[in-house]
Write a protein that binds this ligand. Structure first.
Ligand SMILES: NC(=O)c1ccc[n+]([C@@H]2O[C@H](COP(=O)([O-])OP(=O)(O)OC[C@H]3O[C@@H](n4cnc5c(N)ncnc54)[C@H](OP(=O)(O)O)[C@@H]3O)[C@@H](O)[C@H]2O)c1
Length: 273
């Protein structure tokens, strides 16, 4: 009876992981959200399915994460087979800013705030969450392969950045490149245990909850156009969360110790769309 913890589970790719994984009654799925008041769809799923449980913790709050891990441990007997670090700060404002734009506009404070927020949630949050659930994962790893899957992004890939070329969204992209190293560090630490770490990009996925502003639309078109130049065969259309999670769930259970520390796409390769 594998158990899963998914962070950022109230919307987007996170809730789709909960939906697809809990469709199998043999799985126990814990959805971590930072605010239950903002999680109506997930709470409805919890009511509908006996194998879904919603827990509250901000990924930047280590004590609260440890409390959530205690609750999971009580329910599972102290083990956890899968942690999916999905939560992230996905910056929309200043997406088109490259590193120089901040300086040219004299927006030093915005640069500092953007870097701080992206690294706090997307890097530090992953470390805090992983550390909180490690005792459960290590307990599971005594009997089976336990996996820590971290949602990264193709925009954290240096080769893709140069091929596009894409200079925008520095804080977000740098945070995803950094989290890839975090994943590699955990893999390097646990070479002797049956504990596997993977960074995975979900592809380009439409998780929007409202129509884009004209500014956001302009940025998205420029981004997709540049990406299309790298992948001329790509239909230049975002995936749905269902398509993305279906693809990732073909990769995730097959990741073994020899793959630990890798950074792959939803296709299990370095093809990002
Ligand atoms: N969508 C894409 O095309 C795409 C592409 C590449 C990579 N990714 C990565 O895939 C993952 C999911 O993306 P998405 O599009 O589903 O994102 P999303 O729709 O923006 O959702 C982000 C989730 O993270 C949660 N979150 C944010 N800050 C948090 C915090 N401090 N503590 C706990 N939870 C927090 C949000 O909760 P609230 O609702 O409370 O804000 C929300 O549930 C992210 O890691 C993202 O970087 C996405």
């Amino acid at each position: 009876m594998p158990s899963y913890v998914i962070t950022g589970a109230n919307r987007g790719i996170g809730i789709e992981f909960v939906r697809q994984l809990s469709a199998d009654p043999a799985n126990t799925v814990f959805g971590l959200v930072r605010n239950k008041g903002n999680s109506q769809d997930l709470l409805a799923l919890e009511k509908e399915r006996a194998n879904v449980r919603v827990l509250e913790a901000d990924v930047t709050d280590a004590p609260r994460l440890r409390a959530a891990a205690d609750e999971v441990a009580k329910a599972t007997g102290g083990t956890l087979e899968y942690l999916i670090n999905n939560a992230a700060y996905v910056q929309k404002e200043r997406f088109d800013y490259d590193p120089v734009t901040y300086g040219e506009k004299g927006e030093d404070a915005a640069l500092e705030a953007d870097l701080d927020q992206n690294f706090r949630v997307n890097v530090l949050g992953v470390v805090h969450t992983t550390n909180a659930f490690l005792p459960l994962l290590r307990a599971a790893a005594k009997h089976t392969t336990a996996r820590v899957i971290t949602l990264s992004s193709g925009v954290g890939d240096v080769d893709l950045t140069l091929a596009m070329p894409f200079a925008g969204a520095l804080p977000y992209c740098a945070s995803k490149a950094a989290v890839n190293m975090v994943v590699a560090k955990y893999a390097a630490k646990f070479t002797d245990e049956n504990l596997v770490f993977l960074a995975i990009s979900p592809g380009l996925v439409d998780t929007s909850t409202s129509p884009p502003t004209p500014e956001e639309l302009k940025g998205a078109i420029a981004f997709i156009t540049a990406l299309h130049k790298v992948y001329p065969d790509w239909e230049a259309k975002p995936l749905t969360p269902t398509q993305s999670v279906t693809a990732m769930l073909k990769v995730i259970p097959n990741v073994e110790r020899k793959d630990s520390g890798a950074f792959v796409s939803h296709l299990g390769s370095k093809k990002w769309v």
